[in-house]
Design a protein around this ligand. Structure first.
Ligand code: FES
Length: 108
């Protein structure tokens, strides 16, 4: 294995969330910040149930944003706001129960 790959690390996590902050989703950096804070408040910033949160420039949906996708389940949420983010963190990320009324696509 090349030496440079030995130097790269990804902290352990159970889920990886990509939130769109693209133009058609309102370039919503405040909601991304809120999501990261909500995950931290829920005790999910690290540990075996950690949720890794990253921003995406565009997820290719571009309607009813803000949009986010949760992996590994491949669950997609639309039309997000702070109240919905808090509910998703509590129900989906903490209790493994996706908030189905806001899911518009799921891989499984
Ligand atoms: S700008 Fe958000 S999905 Fe395209």
């Amino acid at each position: 294995m090349p030496k440079i790959l030995d130097e790269l690390t990804i902290s352990p996590h159970k889920r990886h969330v990509l939130m769109c902050v693209g133009k058609s989703c309102g370039e919503n950096m405040p909601l991304l910040k809120f999501l990261k804070e909500s995950v931290a408040k829920a005790g999910l910033a690290e540990g075996e149930n950690a949720v890794r949160v990253n921003r995406a420039g565009c997820l290719g949906v571009c309607k009813q944003g803000p949009i986010m996708v949760v992996h590994p389940e491949g669950v997609w949420y639309a039309d997000l706001d702070e109240a919905k983010v808090d509910k998703i963190v509590e129900s989906h990320f903490k209790n493994n129960a996706p908030v189905t009324e806001w899911v518009f696509h799921a891989q499984v």
